[in-house]
Structures are given as structure tokens and as C-alpha cells.
Design a protein around this ligand. Structure first.
Ligand code: PMP
Length: 455
């Protein structure tokens, strides 16, 4: 009773065509904006923005809290939230105030000099994630890149180990998968790799301690870079004992452990690190901690910081390859201070997780109502459904149950009825302003999409 067997593909085609036509009819201004942008490569500011189930993206007019309005005047209940960049809600008042004060009253958007806000941000990240020393970047990608450089330097080892079908930003070392032959391969579509990724990286399946142990035994891995739960190939949750096993194996083989909490931050105020009692050497993060304003960060253990400080051969102050001119700029840091201290608070997370639980329960009930072999995974304030049951336990298994046509249908159907999901996922994220009413509306529309498809 696979999904493929349950779903009438001709009917799905017809419905997808109907929804795409309706989308085009409903969005003349977005269509025109896209058609007009002759001097943008791919007609969009960044090529990813062409990932749209409908052929062109909706163009944003305004966004507040959990709502977004496009230039055709349609309002969306936004469960995408900028794929986590807006997990604090769009333009939360404390962030607007802090950034406005910084920009308009005090001035100085880009100074390459510290402001006093940064130490507050570092202390708050240390309190939440348990790592004492923090450094700032502008993106999670750069936090990962710079952490990788530091860990290669400290260990003198060349390779980084990641999980198959991970995502850590546009990080060269991470574009590796376990192929059908069980061997490491460059990820399909990898653009302009500087060298064969199998020279810089090793790969193991998530939830596979034997595979990890085998790869670490080569003795050339500087660090394991992983999300505590995969979130970019559906949500793949760790099985009991897996993360403890990863920690033990990395210690045994002298490799550092980096947890990328950019998305798993949804698990709670201190991410999965705090929620699940994890003990990584490095945490990397970005996106949400700036309340929508670009910022990334990485936190180092005391041992690692001491090892780096003792290295006079590493140029950490100028041309050594770690750092960026705009990193730690006064605006980003003011935004992060306001976000962490006033918006994404412990109380806010409790509410977001409660609403996410309602989201997950409702989706499960609708799926069960149709006896669909799908699964729903929740990671705190984040929920995702996947076209397989039980939920896949590795990235490769999760990748194998993708169904782009079905995903597109659901996305456009929802968009046409005022619900925005992350284009890359069947993922819904809750911000502090997301309400149970938003969730109920999502469920009505989602149920409608399935009723029409399955009868
Ligand atoms: N790490 C993880 C886990 C992510 O999901 C992402 C983005 N989806 C990144 C890093 C990179 O973030 P950015 O594109 O903002 O650099």
C-alpha cells in the first residue's frame, strides 16, 4: 500500500494544473514583477527563490508576526517564516525598536568595531547552549565554514564528517552522500566543487553508529559536523542512544563534535543541546537569533578556545581565513540581543511548542483519516510530514520518499488558500504569534487538498 499506489497520478496532474492556473490568475502583480526583472539572474535576487511550486514566487509587500501579505494583496498565515530566519515572527517590536535605535538614533551600521551588545549576546548564547566562548558571523553557513577551519587547524586533520543528505549551508565539505553502492559520492547537482568532495569529507548515515565508527577509524577526521536531528530532508529524529553514541565515538577517535543548531533551535530556548542534554565541542547557529536580521554564531568549549589561543602560528586577526568585515556589526548584534532577551524567551518557546503539537496532532488525524502511509515528525516548534511510514531513520531513506509532484500540489493548493509552507519542505514552523486558529485553518485547507485528491 505505497503512496504511489494509493494516489491516482492522472488525477494529481489535473489538480496540480488547476491549482497552478488559479495561482497565475490570483497573482498578476507577482507574475509581472518576475517577468520584469530582466537583469536578475534567473529573474530573482537569488536563484533559490525560483524554488516555487507555482512557477514564480509570491512577492512580499509586508510581513508582521505570523502573517505575510503579497503584492497582489493576499494575506498568508506564514508557516515558512523565511525557513527559520523569522522564527521570532516577522519584525517583532523589540527587534524593530533596537534596530531603529541603532540605525536612526545612534547610527553606525557597519563599523568593524565592537558595540557593548555583543558581550550580552555571547553571554546569553553561553547560558543557553552551555559553551563559554562565542564568535559572530553573518550567516550559519559562515559559522560552519569558520568552525571547520578552526577545527582543522587545531587537530591537523584534513577531513570533516557529515551525515548523508545533511544541509549545513553552502559549505563545500558537506555536499557528500552515501551512494547506492554504499560508497561516498558528491551530492547530485553540486555546483563547481573546488575538488572531489571525497578528498575533504567523510560521510555516514544518521542513526548509524557502526558506519560512523568505521569512518572515524581512518583517524583523519577533524570534526563531525551534524544536526542533532536532520531537518533538511524531512525531519529525521535521533533514535534513543544515537547522539550519546556519536559523542562517545568522536571522543574515542579524537574528532571534535559540532552540532549545527540553526534549525534544531526549534527544540527549545537552548536548542537540542539544552533540550536533550547534549555536550558538543562546538555549536553553530544562525538565522533565527537575529529576529530576521542577518547574523550567525559559533560557540567553542573552554578546551578548544584554549587550544586555539595557544597557537601563535594561526592568524585569527587578519588574513587567516576566519572572519568577515560585517560580522558582529552593530545592527545584527542589537537585533540578536533583542531577539534573545525579549522575543525568543523560555515562555515564548513553551507557547510555540504547544501550538506545534496541535499542528502535528491535527495533521496526524487527517493522514490517519485517509489511512495514508505517511508520518509526522515534531521537533519542538517545527513539524514536518513525510510520505513514508514509519518515519525514515536516515537521510538517504528520507530522500528516497520525496514526491515532488505531490509536494507541489500541496504547496500550491495551500498558497491559493492563504497558507505558506517552506518551499523546500512539507515543514511548518511556529513563531510566538502563531495561533491555534492559524493551525486550524491550515488543517481545513490541508484536509481539503487530500479530499480532492483521494476522494
Ligand atoms: N545549517 C542548517 C542546519 C541550515 O538548515 C541552514 C539553512 N537552511 C544553514 C546552516 C545555512 O544557513 P544560511 O543559508 O543562512 O547560511
Amino acid at each position: 500500500d505505497s503512496v504511489a499506489e494509493r494516489i491516482d497520478r492522472a488525477r494529481l496532474d489535473t489538480l496540480l494544473d488547476r491549482e497552478r492556473s488559479a495561482f497565475v490568475d490570483r497573482h498578476p502583480r507577482s507574475a509581472a514583477a518576475h517577468a520584469r526583472a530582466d537583469h536578475l539572474f534567473g529573474r530573482v535576487p537569488m536563484t533559490w527563490m525560483n524554488k516555487s511550486a507555482a512557477g514564480f514566487p509570491v512577492y512580499v509587500d509586508r510581513a508582521r508576526g505570523a502573517r505575510l501579505t503579497d503584492i497582489d494583496g493576499h494575506e498568508y498565515r506564514d508557516f515558512c517564516l523565511g525557513d527559520t530566519g523569522a522564527m521570532a515572527g516577522h519584525s517583532p517590536a523589540p527587534v524593530v525598536e533596537a534596530v531603529t535605535r541603532r540605525l536612526a538614533e545612534l547610527g553606525g551600521a557597519s563599523t568593524m568595531l565592537p558595540t557593548e551588545d555583543a558581550a550580552v549576546v555571547g553571554a546569553e548564547l553561553a547560558r543557553r547552549f552551555g559553551l563559554p566562548y562565542w564568535s559572530l558571523s553573518l550567516t550559519a553557513t559562515d559559522a560552519n565554514r569558520w568552525a571547520i577551519r578552526l577545527l582543522r587547524a587545531v587537530t591537523g586533520r584534513p577531513r570533516i564528517l557529515v551525515n548523508s543528505y545533511c544541509y549545513h549551508g553552502s559549505v563545500d565539505e558537506s555536499l557528500i552522500v552515501v551512494g547506492p553502492d554504499g560508497r561516498p559520492h558528491s551530492r547530485e547537482g553540486n555546483v563547481g566543487a573546488p575538488c572531489d568532495v571525497t578528498l575533504t569529507s567523510r560521510v555516514a548515515e544518521f542513526n548509524d553508529l557502526d558506519g560512523l565508527s568505521r569512518e572515524l577509524a581512518h583517524g583523519d577526521v577533524a570534526a563531525v559536523l551534524m544536526e542533532p536531528a536532520l531537518t533538511n530532508i524531512g525531519i529525521v529524529l535521533p533514535e534513543p542512544g544515537y547522539l550519546d553514541g556519536v559523542r562517545a565515538l568522536t571522543r574515542q577517535h579524537g574528532a571534535y563534535l559540532v552540532h549545527d543548531e540553526t534549525h534544531t533551535f526549534s527544540a527549545g530556548p537552548g536548542g537540542a543541546t539544552e533540550a536533550w542534554g547534549l555536550d558538543p565541542d562546538v555549536v553553530t547557529i544562525g538565522k533565527a537569533i537575529g529576529g530576521g536580521v542577518p547574523i550567525g554564531a559559533y560557540g567553542l568549549s573552554a578546551e578548544l578556545a584554549a587550544a586555539l589561543t595557544g597557537r601563535t602560528d594561526l592568524d585569527l586577526v587578519d588574513m587567516g581565513g576566519v572572519g568577515g568585515t560585517l560580522a558582529g556589526n552593530p545592527v545584527s548584534v542589537a537585533a540578536a540581543r533583542a531577539t534573545l532577551l525579549q522575543v525568543l524567551t523560555d515562555d515564548a518557546f513553551a507557547g510555540m511548542i504547544e501550538v506545534a503539537t496541535a499542528f502535528a496532532d491535527g495533521v496526524r488525524a487527517i493522514i490517519d483519516g485517509h489511512a495514508l502511509p505517511w508520518s509526522v515528525s515534531q521537533l519542538g516548534a517545527r513539524v514536518e510530514y513525510r510520505f513514508a511510514a514509519p518515519a525514515p531513520r536516515t537521510g538517504t531513506a528520507s530522500a528516497a520518499c520525496a514526491d515532488p509532484q505531490l509536494e507541489d500540489y500541496l504547496h500550491v493548493y495551500l498558497l491559493n488558500r492563504g497558507i505558506l509552507l517552506t518551499p523546500f519542505h512539507n515543514m511548518a514552523l511556529m513563531c510566538p504569534q502563531t495561533t491555534v486558529d492559524d493551525v486550524v485553518r491550515h488543517h481545513e485547507v490541508f484536509a481539503g487538498a487530500l479530499d480532492e485528491l483521494l476522494g
